[in-house]
Ligand binder design. Structure first.
Ligand SMILES: NC(=O)c1ccc[n+]([C@@H]2O[C@H](COP(=O)([O-])OP(=O)(O)OC[C@H]3O[C@@H](n4cnc5c(N)ncnc54)[C@H](O)[C@@H]3O)[C@@H](O)[C@H]2O)c1
Length: 258
């Protein structure tokens, strides 16, 4: 039985992979969720090769039951659940006016409903920890602090993540379950490759130019790496943050200031 156990959704690449690797390094046994077995296996292999413990869990987080099954997997495999990082998400780049209904549904289901399901699935398992409680972390974004042009539907889900964080923190504090969110900036993951490509297609600008324009506006002068987000998550789930709940915290190198 592991001492500390975390679930990370969307952990096969990008920010989720960075968080899974970091939490494993911090001593967590990690259930790594995503949609593609081979990608999850590769992350699990990296964790095990570094001396950690992890298991892959293929499943679509839009499906409420998948979230409950992941929690059960953590309990069956490792005996407890301390942390649930609801990281999985997708983007959609278009004007609000032109976004098709299916895309609105997909972005809301994957980004937002999955976070509701995480907040429904995790608390019962965390209450079994008694006073130790647990931590739930939601993925928001700087696009959840200000609506971004061509990312309106995405931004709406990321604003919603902050509302959920606040409400759930109020409801779960009694059980010492802390709920917080991270708001990354321009993270150099496959998601930003896609966003940049879609801007290029829709706005007829060179590939790479949109990402570069955003990076040029970062005070600390570089694009963000998944490890930058993982460092914040590592802190938020630790006892060092045991007096922090209901917050969504920008980790963006200096882009947004409210
Ligand atoms: N990249 C950025 O600049 C940035 C900035 C702010 C916030 N975020 C948020 O951080 C999170 C991770 O972003 P990323 O850049 O690593 O994205 P990414 O596209 O590189 O990786 C996302 C992962 O989530 C998985 N995923 C997508 N839909 C899923 C589903 N239905 N079920 C299970 N897994 C699913 C994908 O397979 C992928 O492995 C997202 O919520 C995103 O909105 C990203």
């Amino acid at each position: 039985m592991a001492d500390k156990v975390a679930i990370v959704t969307g952990g096969g690449q990008g920010i989720g992979e960075g968080i899974a690797l970091r939490l494993a390094q911090d001593g967590y046994a990690v259930v790594v969720n995503g949609r593609t077995q081979s990608k999850l296996d590769a992350v699990v292999e990296k964790i095990v090769a570094a001396g950690g413990e992890a298991t892959a869990f293929v499943g679509d987080v839009q499906d409420r039951q998948v979230n409950f099954d992941m929690v059960q997997k953590a309990l069956d495999e490792y005996g407890r659940l301390d942390t649930f990082v609801a990281n999985a998400g997708i983007d959609w780049v278009d004007t609000v006016e032109d976004t098709p209904e299916q895309a609105v549904d997909d972005v809301f289901n994957i980004n937002l409903k999955s976070q509701v399901w995480a907040l429904q699935a995790a608390p019962a398992a965390m209450r079994k920890n008694g006073e130790a409680g647990g931590t739930i972390i939601l993925a928001s974004s700087i696009a959840g602090m200000e609506g971004f042009e061509m990312l309106g539907i995405y931004s709406a889900t990321k604003f919603a993540a902050r509302g959920l964080t606040q409400a759930a923190a109020k409801e779960l504090a009694v059980d010492n379950i802390r709920v917080n969110a991270y708001n990354p900036g321009i993270v150099l993951t496959p998601m930003w490759d896609e966003i940049d490509q879609r801007f290029a297609d829709r706005k007829n600008v060179p590939v790479g130019s949109t990402r570069q324009a955003f990076i040029d506006g970062i005070l600390l002068g570089r694009g963000e790496e998944p490890e930058d987000v993982a460092k914040l998550v590592s802190f938020l789930v630790s006892d060092q943050a045991d007096y922090i709940t209901g917050q969504s915290i920008a980790v963006d190198g200096g882009i947004k200031f409210h």
